[in-house]
Ligand binder design. Structure first.
Ligand code: SAH
Length: 242
């Protein structure tokens, strides 16, 4: 099963965009995942090919029409989850990324203007996903972000670079700090333990650093991590689901 993404957008030329470069781009060319950007405007029916209209009740901006969006969705819908990028969505977390990456892919709806007619979300099974508490001008960059996070987890995409297991959020913790040569730079040296060759000591140091980093930088994550450990003494892995 190949992870397959269909993007519904008014700007299909934005895809694959940055996902055409580097590891994701190579994987795309190798067929390890698939991407199809579909223009929502192709599903407009009037002679002006309009996809939006003025907001009911008045106010600034334009609202994307439910009928046009639904036609676009219905033309591509299959068993894949249907996601709309939205600042009102559930904030994206690594656990959701991992589940999506293990599945068949996603159909991703990108908003523009003031957003989409609310009735669409009642009429179709759409999951709203936010990439953070700030407002973008459109859903395309949000969709690219979501896809980047998924694609790097697909088998064969990152090669030997990393199993992904040690990284920030995978254990409900931020990652420990990294160092590389030169050993001394501007009077600063790489911590002695990392040069000791003692793998047990290195692992213990990294774990302690990951915990310190999380406690200091992200008290919210730390609280959840500690809470999860209490609930599930068999290991943090089980406790990180929210
Ligand atoms: N008027 C809306 C903002 C619309 S922004 C509001 O205040 O909530 C236009 C489009 O950009 C949205 O429909 C959505 O697809 C996308 N977008 C903006 N911010 C986003 C975010 N934080 N996460 C995901 N998508 C976002």
């Amino acid at each position: 099963m190949t992870f397959s993404a269909t993007i519904l957008t008014l700007y299909p030329e934005m895809f694959p965009g940055p996902l055409g470069a580097s590891m994701a781009g190579r994987a795309l060319r190798e067929g390890r995942w698939a991407l199809d950007a579909v223009n929502i405007r192709d599903f407009a029916t009037d002679k002006h090919r309009s996809v939006d209209d003025t907001p009911a009740g008045g106010g600034a901006g334009m609202v994307m029409r439910a009928d046009v969006l639904a036609r676009a969705i219905d033309a591509v819908a299959d068993t894949r989850p249907l996601i709309a990028m939205s600042p009102r969505g559930r904030p994206l977390v690594q656990e959701r990324v991992r589940v999506l990456a293990a599945g068949p892919g996603a159909i991703i709806l990108c908003g523009r203007f003031e957003g989409m007619d609310e009735r669409l979300f009642e009429a179709r099974p759409i999951e709203l996903v936010s990439i953070g508490d700030y407002v973008l001008s459109g859903g395309e960059m949000a969709a690219l972000t979501l896809l980047d996070a998924c694609v790097r987890l697909l088998p064969g995409v990152m090669g030997a670079a990393s199993s992904g297991d040690d990284e920030s959020f995978e254990m409900g913790l931020l990652e420990y700090p990294h160092y590389t040569r030169p050993v001394e730079w501007e009077g600063r040296t790489i911590p002695e333990v990392l040069r000791s060759g003692d793998h047990a000591r290195i692992a213990a140091w990294r774990k302690a650093m990951a915990e310190d980093e999380t406690r200091l930088r992200r008290p919210d994550l730390w609280e959840r991590h500690v809470g999860a450990r209490v609930q599930s003494p068999s290991g943090a892995r089980h406790g990180q689901k929210d």
